[in-house]
Ligand binder design. Sequence first.
Ligand SMILES: [Ca+2]
Ligand SMILES: [Ca+2]
Ligand SMILES: [Ca+2]
Length: 305
Amino acid sequence: MIRTHRACQRWVFGDDFPVRSTPFPRVFAILLFLAPFGYSESLLLDFGTTPGLVAPADALNSPGHFTGAVPAGEITWNLVTSTDITSGLKFGDGSDATGISLNLGQEDTIGNNIVDFAAANAINSTSLTGTSATTLGSDYGTASSSPVAKDGIFRNGTNATQNAAIGFRIDGLTAGTYTLYFVGRNTNTSAGGFPVMFYTSTGLSADTFAFTGSASTTVGNSSTNGNTTWTAGNQYNTATVNVSTGDSIFVAAEGTSASELRGFINSVEIVPEPSAVFILLAGFGVLLVLRPKLNRKRLSVAGDS
Ligand SMILES: [Ca+2]
Ligand SMILES: [Ca+2]
Ligand SMILES: [Ca+2]
């Protein structure tokens, strides 16, 4: 006798026992249903005006995609130039990042370690053009490619001997844990050993970020050529932050070498970790979908004995 678990259940007849059709579409349906409980997409930021927004052909050439942290289907990058972005940001999958904004800032007093988001922006997004990128390796572009690492931003009106920090603040993110993938390098020179340190913090939105003492991570930038794969700590680095409801993410960048003291930001990928509640609910949902099949397997084993 064939028992049906639910009225809507579909059966596929096997040799000696009915086997239900694949449960995976239902698993995906459950994941979709649970999205409001803590799953969100990546936010991909390509800084720099020249050449500008990454071309589709180069959209996967980034540390987040290289490591698999950002799914290959999430390739919608946001162009960040010298102005704040109050609306219109997109998630990596192309959907609207409604309510999320990006505010650029810089040290008003160079070297004071306080990034100001409220003052008029002093951001140069047009001069870091990746003119030496073709000698640095394909991570930073070739004659015919323009990946996100090729161009970037730094503090306007500064030179290499000035310890000028820049940064940005992201408002409106869903609460959760995020890993940030940083690329920051002066791609107008092929000289190596010019590290850029990225500072991160979270908290209620504020007009300034005094980054001294905040968590920091360094992008070493030590290789002058052969940068054809994404090496953690050298071509990029990461930071993981916990965002509570209403929190913003604060980021600052500055150079640490006497030969290049400015901060550069070429690309940042903000990648959400699935929340604990999401994992729990999703796991429970998958179990519910699989349970009838598991029960039938037990019955089948019992019947064979
Ligand atoms: Ca670009
Ligand atoms: Ca600003
Ligand atoms: Ca860029």
